[in-house]
Design a protein around this ligand. Structure first.
Ligand SMILES: NC(=O)c1ccc[n+]([C@@H]2O[C@H](COP(=O)([O-])OP(=O)(O)OC[C@H]3O[C@@H](n4cnc5c(N)ncnc54)[C@H](OP(=O)(O)O)[C@@H]3O)[C@@H](O)[C@H]2O)c1
Length: 167
């Protein structure tokens, strides 16, 4: 299972229930990584998507305790981590691979699922933004395996950094 996230200088990921900034190359990258794959996220993150709807062209797994969310072939609702892992096993039996699962936030879901993640794709912005949600701090078991050159979009400098868990 992978994790994908956009962070600021202090590893903050959101403010007042939304992303602090939408960086177009990062949104494009998120799409490139996740289309055709499986995204796992919490109900608060669903509220940040266009029209608060699951994202098209990929399988969506939404974590919530609510019972009123609509499901379909590409939208699954899980009410606990246990339900999530049962579903993940079924999807793997159907032919999906571990590498196709992307944990997409927010803070509570990153915290709960990080112990099961092997690889993290981070977009690290070189700015400090107003924040009230954070990505969990990464322990010594996490090693940087890739770092892109610094890039810039809409006046914000950022780079892509991949981390992998050392066995
Ligand atoms: N920078 C990034 O890359 C990035 C990515 C994603 C999100 N974000 C930001 O992160 C912030 C949201 O984070 P958050 O922690 O508040 O929300 P979240 O993790 O998106 O969603 C939390 C909700 O998910 C459900 N949930 C979580 N764990 C569950 C479990 N084990 N079983 C059942 N339901 C579970 C609960 O929904 P119910 O209340 O319905 O029970 C919970 O209230 C926003 O600011 C957002 O913009 C940033």
């Amino acid at each position: 299972m992978n994790c994908i996230v956009n962070v600021d200088k202090n590893f903050s990921i959101g403010y007042e229930g939304d992303l602090q900034v939408r960086l177009s190359p990062d949104l494009k990258r998120f799409k490139d990584f996740t289309v055709g794959n499986i995204i796992i996220y919490g109900r608060n993150t669903l509220a940040t998507f266009p029209k608060e709807r699951p994202l098209p062209k990929r399988k969506n797994i939404i974590l919530t305790t609510r019972k009123d969310l609509e499901e379909s072939n590409d939208v699954h609702v899980c009410h606990s981590l246990e339900e999530l892992f049962d579903l993940k096993e079924r999807l793997i039996e159907e032919g999906y691979s571990e590498d196709q699962f992307f944990v997409c936030g927010g803070e509570s879901v990153y915290r709960q699922l990080l112990p099961y993640v092997k690889k993290i794709y981070i977009t690290q912005m070189e700015v400090e933004l107003p924040s009230d949600s954070y990505f969990p701090s990464l322990g010594d078991e996490w090693k940087i395996t890739y770092e892109s050159d610094m890039q810039e979009s809409d006046g914000i400098k950022y780079r892509y950094v991949n981390y992998e868990r050392e066995e």
